[in-house]
Design a protein. Structure first.
Length: 89
C-alpha cells in the first residue's frame, strides 16, 4: 500500500537486478517521500472526464438518431416542393 512507503516495494523489486537494488538503496537512504498521485484535484478531474464520456455514450445515440431524422425530413421536404420557385412580383 502507498502508505507503507518505498520499503515494501523495494524489498519486492530488489532481487530483479543490481541496478534496481542500487536504486532502491538510494531512494531509501534519501528519505524521499512516496509519491501521492491520486490527489483530490486529479481524482475530481478524472471523475469529470468519466462523467462526460458516460454522458456521450448515454445520450449520443439519441442525438445521432435525431440528427439523421432531421436531415432526412429536410431532404424529403425539399424534394416534395418539386423545385418550384416563388413567383416574382
Amino acid at each position: 500500500a502507498p502508505k507503507d512507503g518505498w520499503r515494501p516495494l523495494c524489498e519486492f523489486l530488489s532481487p530483479i537486478s543490481e541496478e534496481v537494488s542500487s536504486s532502491c538503496q538510494e531512494v531509501l537512504g534519501s528519505n524521499e517521500p512516496y509519491p501521492r498521485i491520486n490527489e483530490k484535484e486529479q481524482v475530481a478531474r478524472i471523475v469529470r472526464v468519466l462523467n462526460a464520456v458516460a454522458t456521450v455514450f448515454e445520450y449520443g445515440p439519441f442525438v445521432l438518431a435525431a440528427a439523421i431524422l432531421i436531415l432526412r425530413l429536410r431532404k424529403r421536404g425539399s424534394s416534395m416542393s418539386g423545385g418550384l420557385k416563388p413567383k416574382s412580383a
